[in-house]
Design a protein. Sequence first.
Length: 584
Amino acid sequence: MRMKKKLLFMIAVLMAMTAEAQVTPMVLGENHAMVKLNQGKRYLLLPVQEKEEIAAIAVVDGTNELVKRLNVKLAVDKVDYFVPLEIHSPLLDITFHGDRRTTGAIKDFVCWKEMRYADEFDVTNRERFRPLYHHTPQYGWMNDPNGMFYKDGVWHLYYQFNPYGSMWENMTWGHSTSRDLLHWQAQPMALEADWLGSIFSGSCITKGNEVVAFYTSAGHHQTQSMATSTDGGLTFKKFEGNPVVTSDKPDFRDPNVFWYEGTKRWIMILAVGQEMQIYSSKDLKDWQYESAFGQEYGCHGGVWECPDLFPLNSQRSTLRSALPLRSAKNSPLGSAASLCEEPSTKWVLLCNINPGGPFGGSATQYFVGQFDGHKFTCESMPKVTKWMDYGKDHYATVSFYNAPDNRRVVLAWMSCWQYANQVPTMQFRSANSIPRDLGLFNYGEETYVSVVPSVEMLAARGEKVKKLTEACEVVIDLKGSTDVELSNAKGEKVIMRYDAQKQTFSMDRTKSGDVSFSEAFSCVTEAPTYGTIKQLRLFIDRCSIEVFDSEGKMAMTNLVFPSLPYNDIKVTNKAKVIIYPYNL
């Protein structure tokens, strides 16, 4: 009898918990409902089904004023995952945009049964493709890195973030911080949408104790706004005079701001259609148009986005071989740039483009020249196009403001707009590339940007091992043309080929694993090597392969989705292989 009473009590408790978890909608029409929220818990967990159409959710306060709008793919008949909505208001007004003739009656949608209240949201990793040493959001969608800066020993990374689903929507600025560019700590959201629009890409500068953010407000039109932080970039107050820069152009976005000592003015460079526009200001509030760059220069296969403009040391001698990497552990970069003679200053303008990349989709091109505080002048002929990375999955490259030791450190979004919403993850989508340091080198009559893994990556190395691990660095000393094959027990493989005669490097991922989610994913990418490659560095991390010539003359980034980690490596032409596992 005592056991029976105990069992009945447990059933009653479970029934009460279930009843509390469910939300009872007020159905107002075939596609319209409202939900009154209990205020005792921190979150309402919203069930998401990715194949469904977006439901528009208005969050309404106690005086019937609109707090914010969300677009969420609320589950109709199946739950893929949950996303948290912090409860600060008592009412949700929900409009579904799907076809009710195929989805059924609104009262029967599974979202009402699965919505639940909670004080915590579980961000424990449930994805086998989540990288181990690349930055990722804890959950939700991420694209462009934004507003990156270094201050008081901390690297700050903001990023385009959808906290209400793992596909592009609801653009805000997420925020993560790191002391070593390897271990990242998630911070609260930094900027959320307002009446001027969603929060698109931008930059941050440091000015005394303040951090000042510039970003695109993407509403009916794209305008530029400003916000300030007095707590080191954790929280921001939006400027009451927003917007600070406007235009009648439809694509007008991604402000990147820096100080130019020559004119004692702040400089803002913006992506405007298929050109970059430059503005200047004395006080960060009133901006004056200076010039434009881009007409007929470089690639124009798509919209120009995410500009960056900065000086780098250039060398007047031809690029020579770098110090052997293993003896360069204590050097600033271990790159060729430190060995070249007669440094001078040149300016680099980064221009991310979508579509129009060398193998379709999105990519980062750049221009080398001079900047006088008013205009950028490219030193190459207009039709010359230079790419920073020759893979499919390297986009929205921008640099950290105020990086130490006069370094120019960049991160990229490690995906491609052709299939970014379809890659086979759901808890989160997208990672950033490993951090990279930029320099310049000369080849022939042109000056190019050199790209090397940031020195911080050396600190992640474990003791040498003989077999590949799912997260590792592979150093390969070459003796001429070489084939490199990564494979697993399922027969999935990635084939890389260095052709010393043609001076090219290629990567074939057509048999790398799951390539079924997009026709654009299966491909072979190829890069010029601008001379001889003596050593390759491969960074493998569950779903990505990043390859560098150790002198910085070539970089290639590609995603892969093998059913099992690659555990075998084969090389030709007596190449020497060293494998360092990463155990973060």
